[in-house]
Design a protein around this ligand. Sequence first.
Ligand code: AMP
Length: 190
Amino acid sequence: MNLILFGPPAAGKGTQAKRLVEARGMVQLSTGDMLRAAIVSGSPLGLKVSDIMERGDLVPDDIVIALIEEALPAADAAGGAIFDGFPRTVAQAEALDDMLSHKRARIDVVLRLRVDDEALVARIVKRFAEQGRADDNPDSFKVRLAAYNAQTAPLLPHYRAQGKLIEVDGMGTVEQVAREIDAALDGVRV
Ligand code: AMP
């Protein structure tokens, strides 16, 4: 099964993806994690993206598309992937459809975690205090939220029209959201 975890920054995508990896043996493809690893390693890619990410802007499509392309064979071998934080633009969504269709695969379901803006801000303030992630500062978070609203949320009608979109209330506890996700996934035919 190929699944997109969709939602604004701090909606809980990463947390839920990691739980699905443990519970269902799925493979998580998080472009954010891949980019942060590149920064930590000090690679040319990391140097290129670190300022962009710290500001909260999106990194160029070709960079993240290449990261996903490289990671797809392993996900394919594992029977599918959880896309976490990808696609974020129309160009990325089109590239993903293309890459999957070459493997005779497709996106089976898009789970949208709905969390209101006030709760997102509260979560980010807490995470910034606990983890100190550079792009969780209030200014960068504003940019990230604006990028989501302007460039990522417009993908929703596309997936809705394909009948792939399932809305999940992301405001509850991790366990409550997990239960809703499990119920939704159990109803998906692959
Ligand atoms: P995330 O961990 O998914 O919140 O991503 C953190 C940051 O990495 C984002 O604010 C972007 O700067 C960058 N990033 C991650 N995934 C993408 C993507 N699919 N397209 C563009 N930029 C991305």
